[in-house]
Design a protein around this ligand. Structure first.
Ligand code: PGA
Length: 237
């Protein structure tokens, strides 16, 4: 793993440079995208560069990591809605070429990995990380060989995400997520983390044992992972 540390604007710009390089070399790249607060700076930077004519997503296809069960794409806490509002409306991607797992048609999850493979496989997968080490919604204990599947969310994840809902009772209890193997099949992976709350899990991910109890630790086994951290997230390395 290559680790880059800087303030949040710098790491957003550095990560955006990786996208610019990829899109220059492969305009029809397949992107694996993530939700959460961490990628917002990167998404703003990609929107800025696209508006400035520096990059184009016209031929890009995308597959998102995960979606809450029970929320359709018009729900303002669905991840489809998040992607439309925080990235897709600011770039020139064809919205029909963007995929987010369905939170309503759960059976469709079984075909998600095949769709990714048919599209040619993910060139660049973006990841945030949960305080418990989850990537996507692959909670601790998820087998490394997992494909896109239905998961029960842990209490800690529901509590962490309750800030976006009016009460914890409204936070869905299940999600559909790409599996660990789905993520590891990407040709390149960028993991981003911001803030001191992520420092312990970042240290465990990068320097700890590779174990399903820390799902992100599996990234140590991938040949091309870049990690972008602010100083707080990097403070225990
Ligand atoms: P965050 O979420 O970017 O909002 O911290 C990351 C995650 O839970 O995967």
């Amino acid at each position: 793993m290559k680790v880059y540390i800087g303030d949040s604007a710098i790491i957003a710009a550095m990560a955006a440079d990786r996208y610019a390089e990829l899109l220059k070399n492969k305009p029809n790249a397949i992107l694996g995208l993530a939700t959460g607060s961490t990628p917002l700076g990167l998404y703003a930077e990609l929107g800025r560069r696209c508006s400035a004519g520096e990059i184009t997503f016209k031929s890009v296809r995308s597959f998102n990591l995960d979606e809450y069960v029970g929320l359709d794409g018009t729900h303002d806490q669905s991840y489809r809605y998040f992607m439309n509002e925080n990235l897709f409306k600011y770039i020139d991607i064809d919205i029909a070429a963007t995929r987010v797992p369905s939170g309503i048609d759960i059976a469709a999850a079984a075909a998600y990995d095949d769709e990714i493979e048919k599209a040619g496989g993910i060139d660049l997968q973006l990841l945030g990380i949960g305080n418990n080490g989850h990537i996507g919604f692959n909670e601790p204990g998820t087998p490394f060989g997992s494909r896109t599947h239905l998961v029960d969310l842990t209490e800690s994840t529901r509590i962490a995400n309750a800030r976006f809902f009016s009460s914890i009772d409204e936070v869905p209890t299940q999600a559909v997520t790409m599996g660990i193997r789905t993520v590891m099949n990407a040709r390149k992976i960028i993991l981003m983390a911001i803030g001191s709350a992520k420092a312990p899990i970042i240290a465990a991910t990068i320097n700890g044992e590779v174990t399903p109890e820390v799902p992100a630790s599996v990234l140590q086994l991938h040949p091309d992972v870049e990690v972008y951290l602010d100083q707080e997230a990097a403070s225990l390395l």
